[in-house]
Design a protein around this ligand. Structure first.
Ligand code: KG4
Ligand code: ZN
Length: 401
């Protein structure tokens, strides 16, 4: 790492236009500026992100947001060592805007451009401004698009251990809020509405994923999607379903709790649903959140148990990132688990849980220090290269043409 080197990060994968300058200083990535322009107001009436609206808004906002990030950092463009962009996964039209902007800035400044996997970047959000952690680490990404568990040797080498087989946890929170008519984005609203609710009022189902699956194999790719000699990952078996997650059953159970269980011909009519009083909504939010968090904690505990059997992989640190890591109940439970297991928990401050460009620039520092850079054909991709099915598709950053 070059002491004092600054990287401009750009993030446009979904509904946040973000730019940040991150400096490498005293062994850690330090945030000099972190500008996020959220588009929630544009998408709220649709209860979800409308891709076309999102890409247009990115186009309008990207240049002012980058200028603001440079100004707040007190950083002249000529001082930048590289420009990094979250180029996968995400909405392809949105990613294109950030990708094109990053290449244009990098080209005009004569510095390297680096594409970064957004999911991998969430894993290092808890390392911003913090002392270097001890490796190996257990990594958890809980966001609107991902619920992924990783065994990590360092920021550039992660092996996928388990992931959701249907909805991501944040998506489940968002759908729960839609069912309960709490608005968008749902996660923070379910979190806030759970205050005063009884987490045991409704027993939401926990999935039982036990059969070993061969539908996908973990890859030997690094967290930026580039092939690396990751011995553990190279020899990795298919992910263990005991470490997978499933949130769609909980969502259906909530729908039935609110609207009633559908009648089946020839069977006794089901009981009508309880009236949706304000207290009932609070109870449903608290119970839903409790069940979702319990599932994540169960996966983490199982992963700790499995990794503990191999001294080379036994985690010393727990890295957590993604929008759902802002959830108060999850944060409290993670702290308890880390204390119980003797793990150094790196939970990002709220500003770095949600989508931001500081985490993109931070991961790019590790890539740059490893001597990596991407070609000018760097292209965006809707899919993450982390844990993609089949190794071939995961090797190398996507390039155009
Ligand atoms: O990481 P992120 O900003 O974007 C993605 O990469 O998807 O995560 C957004 C997700 C949304 O689903 C949002 O509802 C959820 O994070 N979220 C929360 C909370 N704050 C944001 N979920 C539960 N509790 C929260 N406090
Ligand atoms: Zn994200």
């Amino acid at each position: 790492m070059t002491e004092g080197a600054c990287i401009l990060g750009i993030e446009t994968s979904c509904d946040e236009t973000a730019a940040s300058v991150v400096e490498w200083r005293a062994g850690a990535p330090r945030v000099r500026s972190n500008v996020v322009s959220t588009q929630h107001e544009l998408h709220e009436r649709y209860a979800g992100v409308v891709p076309e609206l999102a890409s247009r808004a990115h186009l309008e906002r990207i240049v002012p947001v980058v200028r603001e990030a440079l100004a707040q950092a007190g950083c002249a463009p000529a001082q930048l060592a590289a420009v990094a962009v979250g180029n996968r996964p995400g909405l392809i039209g949105s990613l294109l805007v950030g990708n094109a902007a990053a290449k244009a800035y990098a080209w005009s400044l004569g510095v390297p451009v680096l594409g970064v996997d957004h999911v991998a970047a969430h894993l290092v959000a808890g390392l911003l401004g913090a002392p270097a952690p001890q490796w190996p680490a257990l990594g958890l990404v809980v966001s609107g698009g991902h619920t992924h568990l990783f065994a990590m040797q360092d920021p550039l080498r992660a092996q996928l251990l388990g992931r959701t087989i249907d909805d991501a946890i944040g998506e489940a929170f968002d759908k729960a809020a839609t069912i309960l008519e709490l608005g968008y984005p749902g996660g923070p609203r379910v979190d806030a509405t759970s205050d005063g609710g009884d987490p045991r009022a409704v027993a939401f189902p926990q999935p039982h994923l036990t059969e070993r699956s061969t539908r996908r194999a973990t890859t030997g790719a690094g967290t930026d999607g580039h092939a690396r000699p990751a011995s553990a990952a190279a020899a990795a078996p298919a992910t263990d379903p005991a470490l997978d997650f499933s949130f769609s059953g909980m969502k259906t159970a909530l729908l039935y709790a609110v609207r009633g269980v559908p009648a089946v011909p020839g069977r006794p009519a089901p009981a009508p649903p309880e009236p949706l009083t304000p207290q009932r909504v609070r109870d449903l939010c608290a119970s839903f959140q409790h069940a979702a968090v319990a599932q994540v904690l169960r996966g983490l505990a199982r992963a700790c148990d499995q990794l503990a059997t191999d001294p080379a992989r036994a985690p010393r640190t727990l890295l957590v990132g993604g929008g759902v890591s802002a959830n108060r109940h999850l944060r409290a439970q993670l702290q308890a688990l880390a204390a119980e297991r003797g793990l150094d928990l790196r939970l990002p401050p709220l500003a770095y849980c949600l989508d931001n460009a500081a985490m993109i620039a931070a991961l790019a520092h590790w890539r740059l220090a490893a001597g990596e850079r991407d070609p000018w054909t760097l292209a965006p991709s809707a899919r993450s290269t982390l844990g993609a099915a089949g190794a071939a598709g995961a090797l190398g950053a996507p390039t155009a043409g």
